[in-house]
Design a protein around this ligand. Structure first.
Ligand code: FES
Ligand code: FES
Length: 127
Protein backbone atom coordinates (compact mmCIF):
# COMPACT_ATOMS: atom_id res chain seq x y z
CA UNK A 1 0.00 0.00 0.00
CA UNK A 2 1.21 3.50 -0.77
CA UNK A 3 1.70 5.86 2.12
CA UNK A 4 1.42 9.60 1.65
CA UNK A 5 4.56 11.73 1.99
CA UNK A 6 3.29 13.13 5.29
CA UNK A 7 2.77 9.65 6.72
CA UNK A 8 6.27 8.64 5.64
CA UNK A 9 7.74 11.82 7.14
CA UNK A 10 6.09 11.20 10.53
CA UNK A 11 6.92 7.49 10.37
CA UNK A 12 10.59 8.09 9.62
CA UNK A 13 10.93 11.12 11.92
CA UNK A 14 8.31 10.61 14.60
CA UNK A 15 7.83 13.64 16.83
CA UNK A 16 7.74 13.38 20.59
CA UNK A 17 8.28 9.65 21.05
CA UNK A 18 8.67 8.67 24.67
CA UNK A 19 6.94 8.79 28.00
CA UNK A 20 6.42 11.00 31.03
CA UNK A 21 6.18 9.73 34.60
CA UNK A 22 2.55 8.65 34.82
CA UNK A 23 2.53 9.35 38.57
CA UNK A 24 3.23 13.05 37.96
CA UNK A 25 -0.12 14.78 38.71
CA UNK A 26 0.31 17.07 35.71
CA UNK A 27 0.57 14.07 33.37
CA UNK A 28 -2.46 12.49 31.74
CA UNK A 29 -2.16 9.10 30.09
CA UNK A 30 -4.44 7.68 27.43
CA UNK A 31 -3.96 4.11 26.29
CA UNK A 32 -6.17 2.72 23.55
CA UNK A 33 -6.24 -0.28 21.28
CA UNK A 34 -7.68 -0.84 17.84
CA UNK A 35 -9.93 -3.90 17.72
CA UNK A 36 -9.54 -4.02 13.94
CA UNK A 37 -5.83 -4.77 14.02
CA UNK A 38 -4.66 -5.15 17.62
CA UNK A 39 -2.49 -2.05 17.50
CA UNK A 40 -1.94 -0.07 20.69
CA UNK A 41 -1.33 3.64 21.20
CA UNK A 42 -0.25 5.42 24.36
CA UNK A 43 -0.54 9.20 24.43
CA UNK A 44 0.57 11.33 27.36
CA UNK A 45 -0.19 15.00 27.91
CA UNK A 46 1.61 17.30 30.32
CA UNK A 47 -0.90 19.88 31.47
CA UNK A 48 -0.12 23.15 33.24
CA UNK A 49 -2.18 24.74 36.01
CA UNK A 50 -4.25 26.71 33.49
CA UNK A 51 -5.32 23.49 31.77
CA UNK A 52 -3.05 24.11 28.79
CA UNK A 53 -1.13 21.22 27.28
CA UNK A 54 2.52 22.16 27.47
CA UNK A 55 4.00 18.94 26.14
CA UNK A 56 2.96 15.58 24.71
CA UNK A 57 4.59 12.22 24.10
CA UNK A 58 3.50 8.98 22.52
CA UNK A 59 4.39 5.35 22.08
CA UNK A 60 2.56 3.41 19.42
CA UNK A 61 2.85 -0.25 18.55
CA UNK A 62 1.17 -0.29 15.20
CA UNK A 63 1.18 0.46 11.54
CA UNK A 64 2.77 3.47 9.88
CA UNK A 65 -0.52 5.32 9.78
CA UNK A 66 -1.08 4.83 13.50
CA UNK A 67 2.44 6.05 14.27
CA UNK A 68 2.01 9.05 11.97
CA UNK A 69 -1.42 9.86 13.47
CA UNK A 70 -0.07 9.84 17.01
CA UNK A 71 3.05 11.80 16.04
CA UNK A 72 0.86 14.41 14.37
CA UNK A 73 -1.48 14.82 17.34
CA UNK A 74 1.44 15.34 19.74
CA UNK A 75 2.28 18.38 17.61
CA UNK A 76 -1.31 19.55 17.32
CA UNK A 77 -2.19 19.40 21.02
CA UNK A 78 0.76 21.45 22.28
CA UNK A 79 -0.42 24.87 23.38
CA UNK A 80 -4.07 23.84 23.26
CA UNK A 81 -6.42 23.72 26.22
CA UNK A 82 -7.87 20.32 27.09
CA UNK A 83 -11.21 21.41 25.63
CA UNK A 84 -9.55 22.42 22.38
CA UNK A 85 -7.65 19.13 22.23
CA UNK A 86 -10.88 17.22 22.86
CA UNK A 87 -12.32 18.83 19.73
CA UNK A 88 -9.66 17.32 17.41
CA UNK A 89 -11.43 14.99 15.01
CA UNK A 90 -10.06 11.88 13.40
CA UNK A 91 -11.29 13.25 10.06
CA UNK A 92 -8.85 16.19 10.42
CA UNK A 93 -6.01 13.77 11.13
CA UNK A 94 -6.96 11.53 8.21
CA UNK A 95 -7.20 14.54 5.91
CA UNK A 96 -3.85 16.00 6.98
CA UNK A 97 -2.13 12.65 6.43
CA UNK A 98 -4.16 11.74 3.32
CA UNK A 99 -5.06 8.38 4.84
CA UNK A 100 -6.88 5.93 2.58
CA UNK A 101 -10.21 4.46 3.77
CA UNK A 102 -8.68 1.25 5.15
CA UNK A 103 -6.45 3.36 7.41
CA UNK A 104 -9.16 5.61 8.85
CA UNK A 105 -9.33 3.48 12.00
CA UNK A 106 -5.69 4.41 12.69
CA UNK A 107 -6.68 8.09 12.93
CA UNK A 108 -9.66 7.14 15.11
CA UNK A 109 -7.16 5.50 17.46
CA UNK A 110 -5.38 8.87 17.80
CA UNK A 111 -8.63 10.74 18.49
CA UNK A 112 -9.58 8.10 21.06
CA UNK A 113 -6.14 8.39 22.69
CA UNK A 114 -6.60 12.14 23.17
CA UNK A 115 -10.04 11.57 24.72
CA UNK A 116 -8.69 8.79 26.97
CA UNK A 117 -5.86 11.04 28.18
CA UNK A 118 -8.30 13.86 28.96
CA UNK A 119 -10.56 11.44 30.84
CA UNK A 120 -7.52 10.33 32.84
CA UNK A 121 -6.65 13.94 33.62
CA UNK A 122 -10.19 14.67 34.75
CA UNK A 123 -10.32 11.57 36.95
CA UNK A 124 -7.02 12.55 38.58
CA UNK A 125 -8.29 16.06 39.21
CA UNK A 126 -11.83 15.19 40.35
CA UNK A 127 -13.53 16.79 37.38
FE1 FES B 1 -2.99 -1.40 12.85
FE2 FES B 1 -4.96 -0.15 11.48
S1 FES B 1 -4.08 -2.11 11.13
S2 FES B 1 -4.12 0.29 13.32
FE1 FES C 1 -4.61 -0.54 12.90
FE2 FES C 1 -3.20 1.34 11.67
S1 FES C 1 -3.85 1.28 13.70
S2 FES C 1 -3.81 -0.55 10.89
Amino acid sequence: MAYSEKVIDHYENPRNVGAFDKNDPSVATGMVGAPACGDVMKLQLKVDEQGVIEDAKFKTYGCGSAIASSSLVTEWVKGKTLDEAAAIKNTEIAEELALPPVKIHCSILAEDAIKAAIADYNSKHDK
